[in-house]
Ligand binder design. Structure first.
Ligand SMILES: Nc1ncnc2c1ncn2[C@@H]1O[C@H](COP(=O)(O)OP(=O)(O)OP(=O)(O)O)[C@@H](O)[C@H]1O
Ligand SMILES: [Mg+2]
Length: 385
């Protein structure tokens, strides 16, 4: 049975727009409709500031279209009209969406999404988040090298770039190709350095400004999690967006995380940024696998001499004080920086080097914890008050 545009439009004409009077088709909110193989793709244009509250509208449209005979799947995205000041470069991130007023807020619990929160990802054993309280501390670099180190330990590994405002996996992994879909619904991850990877950066051009609002962020993440052929994987490493705002919290709530690795620079813990990250995961009962102190000390490129110029050890002491494992300190080296920038992760291209050893030790500790946790019945290993 072939699906026609007319049938889709007719169905969408039954859906009321935000004013509850006119339908979304006559309001001109529906984009061009693409139909391929029974799969229907289109977007609904909404004002950026109302994107969050209009997520149910997106879901309703998707459901309606899926109910048309012959439609095997539908992918509906909300697109926001660009507003003055929002056409930012990918690296600059909008502020976290303001908390909705209590009367208008949808419950953050199981009713919040179409997919039950924490539903397992089929064929993926452990999903771990790499996070920090603030940006630029080396989360993405840590995530990539940890992933490749886990792979060197014999694990099947994937890496998901959850930083959809400023994706970096295309750069860090040196990925140039675009993911392909075999069935029109699911995407094949890109294979790089022996790990499977998915990033918004593989899908959009480098300079495309990305304007996302809360619900769009969630649906993008949901798709990158659930509509990508990750399986079979032992570990899926999620490079989290920086910060501890609502988007991060929702992510932590909705993704079945086996644990979180917190990246900090030595100064941060003193400044309690990393603690914010730790507290966020604690709030949603995600075990903290430990803290990585990145840019822990400096190794001079010419002499190889080590300098503790950053108050090295601060993270270790603080981790012990707040009762989370310390996973290791990664030195600040030109090697890490240059190899990251060149898309050739240090663990992959210099597996016998000092940096690779550090990342491998971190990976060993992470894996040991995941295994211990699984052995203990899969529940959180660390119990919080
Ligand atoms: N140990 C290290 N030694 C040298 N440079 C490093 C190290 N770790 C990270 N960097 C560099 O620091 C910069 C920031 O790192 P990265 O992008 O991994 O941080 P991030 O926390 O993911 O940042 P963002 O918050 O923007 O996502 C990059 O240029 C990276 O190459
Ligand atoms: Mg990053």
């Amino acid at each position: 049975m072939t699906v026609t545009r007319e049938a889709v439009i007719e169905k969408l004409s039954t859906i009321k727009g935000p004013d509850f009077k006119d339908d979304i088709v006559s309001l001109g909110m529906v984009s061009e409709i693409f139909i391929a193989d029974g799969k229907v793709f289109f977007s609904i244009t909404v004002p950026a500031e109302r994107a969050e509250e209009l997520e149910p509208l997106r879901e309703a449209a998707e459901r309606a279209v899926k109910s048309i005979p012959g439609v095997t799947n539908a992918l509906v995205a909300l697109t926001a009209e660009r507003q003055g000041g929002m056409g930012e470069a990918p690296r600059s991130r909008p502020q976290p969406a303001p908390r909705p007023a209590p009367q208008s807020s949808r419950p953050a619990g199981p009713a919040a999404g179409t997919i039950p929160p924490k539903a397992e990802i089929h064929g993926v054993r452990w999903i771990i988040a790499v996070a920090s309280g603030k940006g630029g501390v080396g989360k993405s670099t840590t995530a990539v090298n940890l992933a490749i180190a886990l792979r060197a330990l014999g694990q099947k590994v994937g890496i998901l770039d959850a930083d959809i405002y400023g994706p970096s996996m295309q750069k860090l992994l040196g990925v140039k190709e675009k993911p392909v879909t075999t069935d029109g619904r699911t995407m094949q991850p890109i294979e790089a350095w022996g790990v499977k990877a998915m990033s918004m950066g593989f899908l959009v051009e480098e300079d495309t400004p990305m304007v996302w609002r809360g619900p769009m962020v969630m649906s993008a993440l949901r798709q990158m999690l659930r509509d990508v052929e990750w399986a079979p994987l032992d570990v899926l490493v999620v490079d989290m967006p920086p910060g501890t705002g609502d988007a991060q919290l929702t992510m932590a709530q909705q993704v079945p995380l086996a644990g979180a690795v917190i990246v900090s620079t030595p100064q941060d813990l003193a400044l309690i940024d990393a603690r914010k990250g730790i507290n966020m995961f604690r709030k949603v009962e995600v075990p903290i696998l430990g803290v990585v102190e990145n840019m822990s000390y400096f190794i001079a490129p010419d002499t190889g001499k080590r300098y503790d110029i950053f108050g090295h050890g601060g993270a270790k002491a603080e981790a012990e004080r707040i009762g989370v494992p310390f996973l290791g300190g990664v030195p600040l080296t030109m090697d890490v920086r240059e190899k990251s920038d060149a898309g050739t992760p240090v663990v992959a291209v210099d597996p016998d080097g000092a940096q690779a050893r550090v990342y491998r030790e971190i990976a060993e500790k992470v894996l040991a914890q995941l295994k211990a946790q699984a052995g203990a019945g899969g529940g959180p290993r660390i119990v919080f008050e």
